[in-house]
Design a protein around this ligand. Structure first.
Ligand code: SAH
Length: 338
Protein backbone atom coordinates (compact mmCIF):
# COMPACT_ATOMS: atom_id res chain seq x y z
CA UNK A 1 0.00 0.00 0.00
CA UNK A 2 1.42 3.34 -1.03
CA UNK A 3 1.66 6.19 1.44
CA UNK A 4 -0.50 9.11 0.26
CA UNK A 5 2.39 11.56 0.80
CA UNK A 6 4.44 9.65 -1.78
CA UNK A 7 2.00 10.42 -4.60
CA UNK A 8 2.73 13.31 -7.00
CA UNK A 9 -0.34 15.29 -8.07
CA UNK A 10 -0.56 13.91 -11.60
CA UNK A 11 -0.31 10.33 -10.37
CA UNK A 12 -3.17 11.00 -7.99
CA UNK A 13 -5.27 12.36 -10.85
CA UNK A 14 -4.51 9.27 -12.87
CA UNK A 15 -5.49 7.11 -9.89
CA UNK A 16 -8.92 8.73 -9.64
CA UNK A 17 -9.53 8.57 -13.39
CA UNK A 18 -8.48 4.91 -13.49
CA UNK A 19 -10.98 4.24 -10.73
CA UNK A 20 -13.83 5.83 -12.66
CA UNK A 21 -13.82 8.84 -10.34
CA UNK A 22 -13.38 12.52 -11.16
CA UNK A 23 -9.94 13.96 -11.87
CA UNK A 24 -10.67 16.96 -9.64
CA UNK A 25 -10.69 14.69 -6.59
CA UNK A 26 -6.91 14.98 -6.77
CA UNK A 27 -7.22 18.75 -6.42
CA UNK A 28 -9.54 18.29 -3.44
CA UNK A 29 -7.26 15.80 -1.71
CA UNK A 30 -4.14 17.88 -2.32
CA UNK A 31 -6.00 20.90 -1.00
CA UNK A 32 -6.86 19.10 2.27
CA UNK A 33 -3.43 17.55 2.75
CA UNK A 34 -1.15 20.36 1.76
CA UNK A 35 -3.11 23.60 1.94
CA UNK A 36 -5.53 22.99 4.83
CA UNK A 37 -3.20 20.42 6.45
CA UNK A 38 -6.05 18.09 7.26
CA UNK A 39 -4.57 14.61 7.22
CA UNK A 40 -7.57 12.64 8.41
CA UNK A 41 -9.81 11.31 5.62
CA UNK A 42 -12.86 11.50 7.91
CA UNK A 43 -12.42 15.24 8.09
CA UNK A 44 -12.26 15.77 4.33
CA UNK A 45 -15.82 16.96 4.16
CA UNK A 46 -16.51 17.36 0.45
CA UNK A 47 -15.16 13.98 -0.62
CA UNK A 48 -17.86 11.31 -1.10
CA UNK A 49 -17.84 8.31 1.22
CA UNK A 50 -17.31 5.73 -1.50
CA UNK A 51 -14.21 7.61 -2.69
CA UNK A 52 -12.90 7.72 0.86
CA UNK A 53 -13.49 4.00 1.33
CA UNK A 54 -11.57 3.19 -1.82
CA UNK A 55 -8.76 5.52 -0.76
CA UNK A 56 -8.56 3.82 2.63
CA UNK A 57 -8.01 0.51 0.88
CA UNK A 58 -5.38 1.90 -1.46
CA UNK A 59 -3.40 4.41 0.59
CA UNK A 60 -1.60 4.51 3.86
CA UNK A 61 -1.92 7.83 5.71
CA UNK A 62 0.69 7.13 8.38
CA UNK A 63 3.40 9.50 9.53
CA UNK A 64 6.99 9.16 10.61
CA UNK A 65 7.54 10.36 14.20
CA UNK A 66 9.52 13.17 15.76
CA UNK A 67 11.38 11.57 18.65
CA UNK A 68 13.82 14.30 19.61
CA UNK A 69 14.35 17.99 18.98
CA UNK A 70 17.46 19.98 19.82
CA UNK A 71 17.53 23.74 19.62
CA UNK A 72 20.12 26.44 19.23
CA UNK A 73 19.79 30.04 18.08
CA UNK A 74 18.43 30.06 14.52
CA UNK A 75 18.58 26.29 14.18
CA UNK A 76 16.62 23.25 15.26
CA UNK A 77 17.57 19.65 14.71
CA UNK A 78 14.93 16.95 14.56
CA UNK A 79 15.43 13.23 14.98
CA UNK A 80 12.74 11.15 13.31
CA UNK A 81 11.84 7.52 13.68
CA UNK A 82 10.52 5.80 10.58
CA UNK A 83 7.81 3.15 10.77
CA UNK A 84 10.43 0.38 10.53
CA UNK A 85 12.43 1.82 13.43
CA UNK A 86 15.19 3.41 11.32
CA UNK A 87 16.15 6.95 12.23
CA UNK A 88 17.04 10.06 10.26
CA UNK A 89 17.60 13.73 11.00
CA UNK A 90 16.56 17.08 9.52
CA UNK A 91 17.71 20.57 10.32
CA UNK A 92 15.66 23.75 10.25
CA UNK A 93 17.41 27.09 9.80
CA UNK A 94 16.18 30.67 10.10
CA UNK A 95 17.79 33.11 7.64
CA UNK A 96 17.15 36.74 6.84
CA UNK A 97 15.68 35.61 3.50
CA UNK A 98 13.39 32.91 4.88
CA UNK A 99 13.30 29.56 6.62
CA UNK A 100 15.06 26.57 5.18
CA UNK A 101 15.03 22.89 5.94
CA UNK A 102 17.83 20.45 5.23
CA UNK A 103 16.23 17.06 4.61
CA UNK A 104 17.71 13.56 4.60
CA UNK A 105 17.20 11.35 1.57
CA UNK A 106 18.52 7.97 2.77
CA UNK A 107 19.05 5.97 5.94
CA UNK A 108 22.86 5.97 6.05
CA UNK A 109 24.94 6.64 2.95
CA UNK A 110 27.19 4.57 0.71
CA UNK A 111 29.36 7.34 -0.69
CA UNK A 112 31.96 6.98 2.05
CA UNK A 113 33.35 10.53 2.00
CA UNK A 114 36.15 10.21 4.52
CA UNK A 115 35.34 13.39 6.42
CA UNK A 116 31.60 12.86 6.83
CA UNK A 117 29.82 11.46 9.86
CA UNK A 118 26.67 10.50 7.94
CA UNK A 119 28.51 7.93 5.85
CA UNK A 120 29.88 6.01 8.81
CA UNK A 121 26.63 4.07 8.71
CA UNK A 122 26.38 2.38 5.32
CA UNK A 123 23.16 2.85 3.45
CA UNK A 124 20.38 0.83 5.02
CA UNK A 125 17.76 1.90 2.52
CA UNK A 126 16.43 4.76 0.44
CA UNK A 127 13.77 7.02 1.87
CA UNK A 128 10.40 6.90 0.16
CA UNK A 129 9.08 10.26 -1.06
CA UNK A 130 6.59 10.45 1.85
CA UNK A 131 9.41 10.08 4.36
CA UNK A 132 11.04 13.19 2.93
CA UNK A 133 7.77 15.14 2.50
CA UNK A 134 6.77 14.35 6.10
CA UNK A 135 10.04 15.76 7.49
CA UNK A 136 8.82 19.09 6.15
CA UNK A 137 5.15 18.71 7.13
CA UNK A 138 5.94 17.66 10.70
CA UNK A 139 8.46 20.42 11.35
CA UNK A 140 6.08 23.03 9.93
CA UNK A 141 3.35 21.70 12.20
CA UNK A 142 5.60 21.51 15.23
CA UNK A 143 6.74 25.11 14.90
CA UNK A 144 3.62 26.59 13.30
CA UNK A 145 5.65 27.98 10.42
CA UNK A 146 5.93 27.74 6.65
CA UNK A 147 9.26 26.72 5.21
CA UNK A 148 10.43 28.76 2.23
CA UNK A 149 13.55 26.88 1.07
CA UNK A 150 14.54 23.23 0.92
CA UNK A 151 18.02 21.78 0.61
CA UNK A 152 18.50 18.07 0.06
CA UNK A 153 21.78 17.97 1.96
CA UNK A 154 21.00 15.87 5.01
CA UNK A 155 21.91 12.23 5.42
CA UNK A 156 22.27 10.37 2.13
CA UNK A 157 23.22 10.93 -1.48
CA UNK A 158 20.10 12.21 -3.26
CA UNK A 159 21.26 11.01 -6.68
CA UNK A 160 21.62 7.50 -5.24
CA UNK A 161 17.85 7.71 -4.56
CA UNK A 162 17.04 9.62 -7.69
CA UNK A 163 13.43 8.70 -8.48
CA UNK A 164 12.18 9.24 -4.94
CA UNK A 165 13.95 12.58 -4.63
CA UNK A 166 12.41 13.69 -7.94
CA UNK A 167 8.93 12.67 -6.73
CA UNK A 168 9.55 14.51 -3.47
CA UNK A 169 10.43 17.62 -5.48
CA UNK A 170 7.32 17.28 -7.64
CA UNK A 171 5.12 16.91 -4.56
CA UNK A 172 6.41 19.95 -2.69
CA UNK A 173 6.41 22.19 -5.77
CA UNK A 174 2.93 21.31 -7.02
CA UNK A 175 0.79 24.44 -7.19
CA UNK A 176 -2.11 22.30 -6.00
CA UNK A 177 -0.30 21.73 -2.73
CA UNK A 178 2.67 23.16 -0.87
CA UNK A 179 3.62 25.17 -3.95
CA UNK A 180 7.24 25.80 -3.04
CA UNK A 181 9.12 27.72 -5.72
CA UNK A 182 11.25 25.34 -7.74
CA UNK A 183 14.10 27.85 -7.48
CA UNK A 184 13.94 27.57 -3.71
CA UNK A 185 15.03 23.95 -3.81
CA UNK A 186 18.65 22.82 -3.94
CA UNK A 187 19.86 19.28 -4.45
CA UNK A 188 23.43 18.52 -3.48
CA UNK A 189 25.39 15.62 -4.95
CA UNK A 190 28.88 14.28 -4.42
CA UNK A 191 29.04 13.90 -8.21
CA UNK A 192 27.18 10.91 -9.65
CA UNK A 193 27.77 11.96 -13.24
CA UNK A 194 25.03 10.07 -15.16
CA UNK A 195 22.40 11.39 -12.76
CA UNK A 196 23.55 14.97 -13.39
CA UNK A 197 22.63 14.45 -17.05
CA UNK A 198 19.21 13.03 -16.07
CA UNK A 199 18.62 15.85 -13.64
CA UNK A 200 19.45 18.38 -16.36
CA UNK A 201 16.50 17.07 -18.35
CA UNK A 202 14.07 16.33 -15.53
CA UNK A 203 14.16 19.32 -13.20
CA UNK A 204 15.36 22.41 -14.94
CA UNK A 205 14.54 24.97 -12.25
CA UNK A 206 15.94 23.16 -9.23
CA UNK A 207 19.35 24.39 -8.03
CA UNK A 208 22.26 22.02 -8.30
CA UNK A 209 25.05 21.97 -5.73
CA UNK A 210 28.16 19.88 -6.23
CA UNK A 211 30.29 18.67 -3.34
CA UNK A 212 33.62 19.27 -5.02
CA UNK A 213 36.04 19.58 -2.10
CA UNK A 214 39.20 19.33 -4.23
CA UNK A 215 40.58 20.92 -7.40
CA UNK A 216 42.06 17.70 -8.80
CA UNK A 217 41.59 13.92 -8.89
CA UNK A 218 44.59 13.20 -6.70
CA UNK A 219 43.17 14.96 -3.65
CA UNK A 220 39.59 14.13 -4.46
CA UNK A 221 40.39 10.41 -4.74
CA UNK A 222 41.80 10.50 -1.23
CA UNK A 223 38.76 12.01 0.43
CA UNK A 224 35.83 11.05 -1.80
CA UNK A 225 35.66 7.48 -3.12
CA UNK A 226 33.03 8.54 -5.70
CA UNK A 227 35.88 10.30 -7.46
CA UNK A 228 37.36 6.90 -8.34
CA UNK A 229 34.18 6.10 -10.26
CA UNK A 230 33.77 9.48 -11.96
CA UNK A 231 36.80 11.55 -12.83
CA UNK A 232 36.84 15.28 -12.28
CA UNK A 233 37.05 15.86 -16.04
CA UNK A 234 33.82 13.94 -16.62
CA UNK A 235 32.16 15.66 -13.69
CA UNK A 236 33.08 19.09 -15.07
CA UNK A 237 31.80 18.13 -18.53
CA UNK A 238 28.44 17.12 -17.02
CA UNK A 239 28.25 20.37 -15.05
CA UNK A 240 29.08 22.49 -18.09
CA UNK A 241 26.34 20.69 -20.00
CA UNK A 242 23.91 21.37 -17.15
CA UNK A 243 24.76 25.07 -17.14
CA UNK A 244 24.43 25.30 -20.91
CA UNK A 245 21.03 23.61 -21.04
CA UNK A 246 19.48 25.21 -17.96
CA UNK A 247 21.27 28.55 -17.90
CA UNK A 248 21.41 28.14 -14.12
CA UNK A 249 24.26 28.89 -11.79
CA UNK A 250 25.86 25.93 -10.05
CA UNK A 251 27.07 25.97 -6.46
CA UNK A 252 30.32 24.24 -5.62
CA UNK A 253 30.69 23.20 -2.02
CA UNK A 254 34.23 23.06 -0.77
CA UNK A 255 34.82 21.84 2.76
CA UNK A 256 38.03 23.28 4.21
CA UNK A 257 40.17 20.47 5.61
CA UNK A 258 43.39 21.52 7.24
CA UNK A 259 46.47 20.43 5.30
CA UNK A 260 44.41 18.44 2.80
CA UNK A 261 42.76 20.81 0.34
CA UNK A 262 43.28 24.30 1.77
CA UNK A 263 46.63 25.41 0.36
CA UNK A 264 47.15 28.47 -1.83
CA UNK A 265 48.10 26.14 -4.66
CA UNK A 266 44.72 24.40 -4.28
CA UNK A 267 42.95 27.77 -4.40
CA UNK A 268 44.76 28.71 -7.61
CA UNK A 269 44.05 25.34 -9.17
CA UNK A 270 40.38 25.64 -8.21
CA UNK A 271 40.18 29.14 -9.68
CA UNK A 272 41.61 27.81 -12.93
CA UNK A 273 39.20 24.88 -12.98
CA UNK A 274 36.16 27.11 -12.52
CA UNK A 275 37.20 30.11 -14.57
CA UNK A 276 34.40 31.39 -16.79
CA UNK A 277 31.78 29.02 -15.38
CA UNK A 278 28.44 30.34 -14.21
CA UNK A 279 28.99 29.23 -10.64
CA UNK A 280 29.90 30.19 -7.15
CA UNK A 281 31.95 28.50 -4.49
CA UNK A 282 30.70 27.98 -0.98
CA UNK A 283 33.61 27.41 1.38
CA UNK A 284 32.49 25.28 4.31
CA UNK A 285 34.57 25.46 7.49
CA UNK A 286 34.92 21.76 8.35
CA UNK A 287 32.85 20.62 11.30
CA UNK A 288 34.97 18.28 13.32
CA UNK A 289 33.39 15.15 14.71
CA UNK A 290 34.91 13.00 17.41
CA UNK A 291 35.25 9.88 15.30
CA UNK A 292 37.04 11.39 12.33
CA UNK A 293 40.64 12.58 12.21
CA UNK A 294 40.31 15.57 9.86
CA UNK A 295 40.58 19.05 11.32
CA UNK A 296 39.17 22.39 10.31
CA UNK A 297 41.38 24.80 8.39
CA UNK A 298 42.50 27.82 10.37
CA UNK A 299 40.51 30.97 9.83
CA UNK A 300 43.45 32.77 8.18
CA UNK A 301 43.84 29.86 5.78
CA UNK A 302 40.16 29.98 4.85
CA UNK A 303 40.37 33.75 4.32
CA UNK A 304 43.50 33.43 2.18
CA UNK A 305 41.78 30.76 0.08
CA UNK A 306 38.76 33.03 -0.25
CA UNK A 307 40.92 35.96 -1.36
CA UNK A 308 42.67 33.98 -4.04
CA UNK A 309 39.37 32.83 -5.53
CA UNK A 310 37.99 36.37 -5.39
CA UNK A 311 41.08 37.89 -7.01
CA UNK A 312 40.80 35.36 -9.78
CA UNK A 313 37.23 36.33 -10.56
CA UNK A 314 35.45 33.43 -8.86
CA UNK A 315 32.35 34.26 -6.83
CA UNK A 316 32.80 32.86 -3.38
CA UNK A 317 31.19 32.87 0.04
CA UNK A 318 32.16 31.37 3.36
CA UNK A 319 29.23 29.37 4.68
CA UNK A 320 27.54 30.88 7.64
CA UNK A 321 27.76 28.40 10.46
CA UNK A 322 24.68 26.85 11.89
CA UNK A 323 24.04 24.21 14.40
CA UNK A 324 27.48 23.36 15.72
CA UNK A 325 26.28 23.24 19.31
CA UNK A 326 23.58 20.70 18.60
CA UNK A 327 25.64 18.66 16.13
CA UNK A 328 23.30 19.81 13.41
CA UNK A 329 25.97 21.17 11.10
CA UNK A 330 26.96 19.76 7.71
CA UNK A 331 28.43 16.32 8.02
CA UNK A 332 27.34 15.85 11.61
CA UNK A 333 23.99 14.24 10.95
CA UNK A 334 23.77 10.56 11.44
CA UNK A 335 21.27 7.81 11.49
CA UNK A 336 21.41 7.18 15.22
CA UNK A 337 21.34 9.73 17.97
CA UNK A 338 22.71 8.52 21.25
N1 SAH B 1 25.50 13.52 -0.39
C1 SAH B 1 25.26 14.87 -0.75
C2 SAH B 1 24.51 15.67 0.28
C3 SAH B 1 24.86 15.51 1.75
S1 SAH B 1 26.27 16.27 2.46
C4 SAH B 1 26.56 15.54 -1.12
O1 SAH B 1 27.61 14.93 -0.97
O2 SAH B 1 26.53 16.66 -1.61
C5 SAH B 1 26.07 17.99 2.52
C6 SAH B 1 27.41 18.71 2.44
O3 SAH B 1 28.12 18.68 3.70
C7 SAH B 1 28.35 18.09 1.43
O4 SAH B 1 28.99 19.08 0.69
C8 SAH B 1 29.33 17.36 2.33
O5 SAH B 1 30.51 17.07 1.67
C9 SAH B 1 29.48 18.34 3.45
N2 SAH B 1 30.08 17.78 4.66
C10 SAH B 1 30.15 16.49 5.03
N3 SAH B 1 30.77 16.37 6.21
C11 SAH B 1 31.09 17.62 6.61
C12 SAH B 1 31.69 18.15 7.77
N4 SAH B 1 32.07 17.37 8.77
N5 SAH B 1 31.85 19.48 7.84
C13 SAH B 1 31.40 20.30 6.86
N6 SAH B 1 30.79 19.85 5.76
C14 SAH B 1 30.64 18.51 5.62
Amino acid sequence: MKNIFSVPFHDLETYFIDNGDKAFRATQVYDFLYKKRIFDLDKMTNIPNNTKEKMREDFDFSFIKIIKKQEDTDVKKYLFELTDGNRIESVLMYHDYGISICVSSQVGCNMGCRFCESGRLKKVRNLEPYEIVEQLLLIEKDLGIRITHVVVMGIGEPFDNYDNVIDFTKIITSNKGIDLGIRHITISTCGIVPKIYEFTEDLKGVNLAISLHAPNDTIRNKIMPISLAYKLDDLMTAIKHYIKVTNRRVTFEYVMLSGINDSKACALELAKLLKGLNCYVNLIPYNETENIEFTRSKKVQILAFYDILKKNGIEVTIRREFGGKVDAACGQLRAKSY
